[in-house]
Design a protein around this ligand. Structure first.
Ligand SMILES: *Cc1c(COP(=O)(O)O)cnc(C)c1O
Length: 611
């Protein structure tokens, strides 16, 4: 086959070598004599353009997140928020979005969870070597915390997209020789310290992050996207820049640049600091009246600061957008429903299947709607492989063996009260009756409790106790150390994904979207994303109606729903109408994976927020 060249003048492909010349010492080919003559007249113009691709320094969106989860080897995330940020950036890389991301390094990570035989959680620091996946940058930035100057250094890794484009990720690090000990440890732990530690981290992220980007030469930035309020202090740094250059408080100029995504559906979840602490830690960085004007009178509320300083704000699912509007009635709040990065959350056996029947899905996950072409048996085979992989992993981790033929329910999320992990056990007798009538089930749980969440830790112990009590009738396993890798195995390897948040506390939820990518339907409370993804009996099943005020009543009604649907609809379909079951799996992929992915989500951020 002939070589294909690119004409340096018109960029059209050239397949014959008829029109050629030597410049300066290499042979260059043209499509026509016309282009060759153009080149000859101005060789420098065309030669530099085609042969020396310009460095990409025209990135104009900066994305700030307190945590970013890319894979299990980088323990710089704790859960949903960080993984969402990671998935978002992976899609940005594929879609060539000119974005750069900033977070903190967390040298000792979140934590590894160890559970003893009673389910007591022990938190073990993670030692990882950033230098294995990241490169240190020479550039430094300076900030002041509690009147002490602090030097920040940075590490970079590049998220490479499937089109060859990349997104740089900058992780800030204060563990440098010239800093005092307490300050060196500020970028060690994610959610590890007290309020003072936390505020210092937010100063590093927000203020230090902007200074680092400037120092690195990113001078084209037009948008600063805050993924949750942890980075809201960046708005103050932008305000200070305006003040320095133009000697005015130009709030509008800052607002024009800022985008704020809120993830929290209740006021108690919003990050806030007392002004006494703020004064001590932030010092006289900015005029106090400006701070209270933007961040609230009584406390510095990071959500309020973000809202007041942004031209565009959004919640992370339609319902969450509305809940946020009720909390902040005077602000225009849009919603962009979350997604997951399709290629990452689809297990190997389904990847093979999609590659065969839906080629192109990796670049365009919307095409996952075409599952109708896939034979039922092949869906089932792919699922069985994923289930076997999960069973294998569970055996390796716990030395216990699940049954490949038994209906398996998965539940993995942060162990915290509102997620109600133990709701399915509220009437154990009923659950046992169902397994006797409809067929056997086995249950797999996983989830870490935040180090200070004592109620969350109690839930884990409660499930351990129930598992022990029911062990003769139902196999119940609680897996240690829920992380990205385990998340991949669980959301692909179980038969049903269970989700029981107390409404309206689940802003979006994403694990059910991961399950959908692997044909695993959900049985989920109607909250967050499920309000948009749920079609009863088609993509899964709902728990509860939307409007009950009283929690005890909601617990009871929701538990009844779980028992009724498991016993009468779900388990019977699984065992007795296998083809119908696999149809549900197919519809789950077609309807939900094709939509609840970060490619769609990124495109909405581009059109709604960035443009
Ligand atoms: C997806 C994921 C989460 C978030 O799941 P939710 O459904 O939003 O609770 C948390 N942790 C891990 C390890 C995950 O993979």
């Amino acid at each position: 086959m002939a070589n294909i060249y690119v004409d340096p003048v018109c960029s059209m492909p050239v397949s014959n070598e008829e029109h050629a010349l030597i410049y300066p010492d290499q042979e260059i080919y043209f499509c026509s004599d016309f282009c060759k003559q153009k080149f000859r007249l101005q060789p420098d113009l065309y030669f530099t353009q085609t042969n020396l691709p310009q460095e990409q320094d025209d990135r104009h969106i900066a994305y700030f997140s307190m945590e970013i989860g890319l894979d299990s080897n980088m323990p710089t995330y704790s859960g949903g928020l960080g993984i969402l940020a990671g998935d978002f950036l992976k899609s940005c890389a594929d879609l060539k979005i000119p974005i750069i991301a900033v977070s903190l390094l967390y040298k000792k990570g979140y934590f590894n969870q160890h559970l003893d035989t009673l389910g007591n959680q022990q938190e073990i620091p993670v030692m990882w070597k950033p230098s294995l996946t990241m490169r240190p940058l020479a550039t430094k930035a300076q900030i002041v915390i509690s009147d002490i100057p602090v030097t920040i250094q940075a590490w970079q890794c590049d998220i490479i997209g499937n089109t060859g484009s990349h997104v740089p990720l900058i992780l800030l690090d204060t563990d440098v020789a010239e800093n005092q000990p307490w300050y060196r440890e500020l970028t060690y732990y994610l959610y590890g310290g007290d309020q003072r530690y936390r505020l210092a981290q937010e100063i590093i992220l927000g203020i230090g992050g902007v200074r680092m980007l400037r120092a690195l030469g990113y001078n084209q930035l037009r948008h600063f996207h805050m993924n949750e309020g942890h980075s809201s202090l960046l708005t103050l740094e932008l305000l200070q820049e305006q003040q320095k250059h133009h000697q005015v408080w130009d709030f509008n100029a800052v607002r024009e640049q800022c985008i704020f995504t809120t993830h929290t559906p209740v006021p108690a979840g919003h990050d806030q600091f007392s002004y006494t602490l703020v004064k001590e830690v932030l010092g006289n960085y900015i005029v106090h009246d400006v701070l209270t004007m933007l961040g609230g009178d009584e406390f510095l509320n990071m959500t309020l600061l973000g809202l007041n300083s942004s031209k565009y704000t959004n919640g992370v699912a339609k319902k969450h957008g509305e809940t946020s509007k009720q909390m902040f009635p005077h602000y225009p709040i849009d919603s962009i429903t979350n997604g997951v990065y399709s290629v990452f959350w689809t297990c190997d056996s389904f990847k093979t299947l999609y590659d065969e029947y839906i080629p192109g899905w990796r670049k365009d996950p919307f095409t996952l709607r075409h599952t109708s072409k896939i034979p039922l048996q092949e869906i089932w085979d792919a699922h069985t492989k994923a289930k076997a992989a999960l069973i294998h992993k569970i055996q390796a981790k716990t030395n216990r063996l699940l049954n490949l033929d038994v209906f398996t329910v998965g539940f993995a999320r942060r162990a915290t009260l509102y997620k109600r992990a133990d709701l399915i056990f509220s009437q154990c007798e009923k659950l046992l009756e169902i397994t006797r009538q409809a067929g056997p089930i086995q249950l797999v749980f996983a989830g870490k409790a935040h180090p200070k969440d004592t109620d969350g830790k109690e839930i884990i112990k409660r499930i351990y106790a129930i598992a022990e009590k029911l062990k003769k009738q139902i196999t119940i396993i609680y897996l240690e150390n829920y992380d990205i890798e385990l998340g991949q195995l669980l959301t692909s390897g179980v038969d049903l994904w269970l989700n029981t948040p107390l409404r309206p506390l689940e802003a979006s939820g994403t694990s059910g979207m991961k399950a959908a990518h692997n044909g695993v339907p959900s049985l989920s409370a109607l909250d967050g994303w499920w309000l948009e993804g749920h079609l009863e009996g088609i993509t899964g099943w709902s728990i509860g109606t939307t409007n009950i005020e009283n929690q005890t009543e909601m617990d009871q009604k929701d538990a009844e729903d779980i028992y009724y649907k498991l016993g009468n609809l779900i388990i019977p379909m699984y065992y007795n109408s296998r083809e119908k079951w696999i149809e549900v799996m197919k519809q789950t992929i077609a309807i939900n994976a094709s939509f609840f992915n970060t490619h769609r989500m990124v495109q909405q951020y581009v059109t709604n927020a960035y443009l």
